[in-house]
Design a protein around this ligand. Structure first.
Ligand code: ATP
Ligand code: MG
Length: 351
């Protein structure tokens, strides 16, 4: 029997409210499908930071490096600066565990009130480079207090780093509808972006069955809103991928449903799965958070672990429950609680 050990980091605010029922649903699926799954709950969070001065223990990463995957709720809380939760938890996990692919599937779910007029046809994935590029610490402020004051921020793109994420995008496209769109801006950014384009072109030659095109990020952003059904896999740098993923989540209708995966595709280190939304202090403690983002992320986790049937069954149950439109959380116009919705999904699972 396959067995998995999952590190669960509920985090702050609604993070715990959406991960708890997600763990229940995963246990239920394991029973149905016949695999073993064990969870270790970790209190790493802004609440922990406020008590102890650290988001996680000093040896935190060593504690979870042997786990099969990490399930995260949300971290962040008013009064704790974003850079503390980012650099004290999320970025160290992404970097140490070489989670160089950030994957965000976008699909317009049945019957959701999204801003788009063409539901059902929108089904694409944003592949974001997750460890290098524009988000670097290289640079600085110079000549402060003088009229020549300036700030310099270096972007670092490595051949190995670009190649592996672009290859991931092409491989993924070959399992889907066979099309890659590369986000670029080589008409304005004259060193790193032509380098990115050159590597994309080279890797494309190795995937002759996958079609591809490149688009400037500005035009691509517009097209994502106007013709979202024309995309299959979109690959972008750390900054471009970040922007496109949030835009894409909005296109899909609600931030509460968007999932994400931070992948170490080789499986040398654990990958991390988390809903796109934050800790939502405005609704925290009320039990009304939409758990779809967390549940869908759990489906991506099962897929990554190789439990493909269970992954598909969970995603199918989410769709069925939404389509029935009887049980919905308030963000989607309903009156159901987080646990009501998760229970309805659990009931709809058929394997
Ligand atoms: P972060 O900085 O961590 O991204 P944020 O403050 O930008 O956090 P969220 O915490 O995601 O964003 O909250 C944005 C809005 O979306 C809030 O009004 C929140 O209540 C709502 N929201 C977020 N997640 C959910 C959810 N799962 N269900 C319902 N509403 C949600
Ligand atoms: Mg935010």
């Amino acid at each position: 029997m396959n067995g998995y050990r999952i590190a669960v980091i509920p985090g702050d605010g609604i993070g715990g409210e959406v991960t708890a029922p997600t763990v229940d649903v995963l246990r239920h699926l394991a029973d149905l499908a016949g695999f073993e799954i064990a969870f270790d709950q970790l209190d790493w969070s802004c609440a922990r930071y406020q008590e102890t001065g650290a988001m996680m223990p000093a040896d935190g990463l060593d504690q979870i490096r042997e786990h099969d995957a990490i399930l995260l709720g949300a971290v962040g809380w008013p009064g704790v600066p974003d850079h503390v939760s980012l650099w004290g938890l999320l970025i160290p996990i992404r970097r140490r565990f070489q989670q160089y692919v950030n994957l965000r599937p976008i699909s317009v779910m049945p019957g959701l009130p999204g801003p788009l007029s063409a539901p059902g046809e929108v089904d694409f994935v944003v592949v974001r480079e997750n460890v290098e590029g524009e988000y670097s610490e290289i640079g600085g402020r110079f000549a402060s207090g003088t009229p020549q004051e300036m700030a310099v921020q270096e972007a670092v793109f490595t051949r190995a780093g670009v190649t592996r994420v672009v290859d991931y995008a092409f491989d993924l496209a070959s399992t889907r509808r066979g099309h890659v769109t590369s986000a670029t801006k080589s008409n304005g950014i004259v060193h790193t972006m032509p380098f990115w384009d050159e590597i994309v072109r080279e890797r494309a030659e190795r995937h002759p069955r996958v079609e591809w095109r490149q688009e400037h990020i500005d035009a691509l952003a517009a097209k994502l809103v106007l013709q979202p059904s024309s995309f299959d896999v979109i690959v972008g740098s750390n900054l471009f991928g970040d922007i496109l993923s949030d835009l894409a989540a909005a296109v899909a209708g609600s931030i509460g449903i968007a999932p994400s995966a931070n992948l170490n595709p080789e499986g040398e280190f654990p990958s991390m799965f988390e809903p796109v939304h934050g800790s939502a202090p405005d609704i925290a403690g009320k039990g009304i958070a939409n758990p779809i983002g967390a549940l869908w992320s759990a489906s991506m986790m099962l897929d990554h672990l190789g439990e493909k049937d269970s992954a598909a069954a969970l995603l199918g149950a989410i769709r069925t429950t939404l389509a029935a439109a009887e049980v919905r959380t308030p963000d989607l116009g309903g009156t159901a609680t987080t646990t009501d919705f998760a229970a309805a999904v659990q009931e709809a699972i058929s394997l």
